[in-house]
Design a protein around this ligand. Structure first.
Ligand SMILES: [Zn+2]
Length: 353
């Protein structure tokens, strides 16, 4: 009997140290919600999740309006579960009216509830200037926009470039997610476009913005496109105190690096990393309800990532690297990457919750 009681006490003690997925406060700082079906929010509530939806397409205002309206309506209906970032159109960039129109639009976006401004990879990779050179993110004509974001106490969320794999042939890419993405998006497979800006030029342009605007709160999407090496991430985090990174769609790149080194990186930079996934819930290609889609996301993405971060299990995957070990991060670190860092980088999420 005595032994039985001791075993029970030990079991209880070890259980209480394991964080519980459903109740642990979590923010997915990188999602794309383009749906009018809000049934998925129920599952967010049950699993203590807040989603930041990033409006992304910057090619024209009508496309932005479509995405923006979905995000705003979801936010208005569920401000406790949804936040959103706006973006701006590149249509007319370089013309005198562009700056004024863009500032007006962003102010309007903020008044409707947007808490950040997303800038996508097409700046640097597709938009051409009048002289046919690529428009880069550190172009001085963006400075008034960055100043506005700063003055309104919002955050710049930036996806620059692509994973380094993008400059390699498909068969040399280190993770399957990249080789299958670029097989389907040859327009963005830069190995095939040697005339476009190099990986190094894109990263340097982003770093230049960080340097020029040390007071701008800046989140680099997808590990700042430095996913291939935690040392490269660490260098930027050391150099730019205003810089944090979301890990959306790049967690697979941690799994192909040395596990103990990655774990040490998470612990050292525990205040600078934001959990995010890049999940999409889109009317346009969704079969069934958004609730069913969210169920899929919980099972295929959220729980998988949770297992990687919270346990030290040897886990399997269908990728080039077949097995990897969980990081078993301390609870204090989990709390920061899953919640506190997003609240600090997006203070309005912190204020609403
Ligand atoms: Zn995204």
């Amino acid at each position: 009997m005595k032994n039985y009681i001791i075993i029970c006490v030990l079991l209880l003690a070890s259980c209480s140290e394991q964080p519980d997925f459903a109740t642990f406060p979590k923010i997915d700082a990188h999602a794309h919600l383009e749906t009018s079906d809000d049934s998925f929010v129920e599952l967010l509530r049950e699993n203590n999740f807040i989603l930041l939806s990033l409006v992304t397409r910057s090619v024209s205002q009508p496309l932005i309006d479509e995405e923006f309206n979905y995000a705003r309506e979801l936010y208005k209906g569920h401000p406790e579960s949804i936040a959103f970032a706006t973006t701006f159109s590149m249509d007319g960039f370089g013309e005198p009216a562009w700056e004024e129109r863009t500032i007006e639009w962003l102010e309007e976006s903020f008044s409707q509830g947007a808490i950040a401004v997303k800038v996508w990879k097409d700046i640097g990779m597709t938009f051409l200037d009048k002289d046919s050179s690529y428009i880069m993110i550190d172009d001085a004509r963006f400075d008034p926009i960055w100043d506005l974001i700063k003055s309104q106490n919002k955050t710049l969320v930036n996806h620059v470039g692509e994973p380094k794999n993008c400059w390699l042939p498909l068969e040399e890419m280190t993770v399957r997610g990249d080789s299958s993405y670029f097989a389907h998006h040859p327009d963005y497979h830069m190995y095939l476009h040697p005339g476009a800006p190099s990986y190094e030029a894109l990263i340097a342009a982003r770093d230049h913005v960080l340097e020029k605007h040390p007071d701008l709160r800046f989140v680099g999407c997808h590990l700042g496109s430095l996913e291939y090496d935690v040392d490269e991430q660490a260098k930027r985090l050391d150099k730019y105190p205003n810089f944090s990174m979301d890990m959306a769609a790049r967690i697979s790149h941690f799994k192909v690096q040395d596990r103990d080194k990655v774990r040490a990186f998470f612990i050292e930079y525990q205040d600078r990393l934001l959990y995010g996934t890049d999940i999409g819930i889109r009317n346009s290609y969704m079969e069934g309800t958004s609730l069913a889609r969210m169920q899929e996301i919980v099972e295929e993405t959220y729980l998988n990532d949770w297992e990687y971060f919270t346990t030290d299990k040897i886990l399997e995957q269908n990728d080039k690297v077949k097995t990897y070990q969980g990081l078993d991060l301390p609870i204090k670190v989990l709390k920061k990457i899953y919640c506190d860092n997003a609240k600090r980088m997006y203070p309005e999420i912190g204020m609403r919750h």
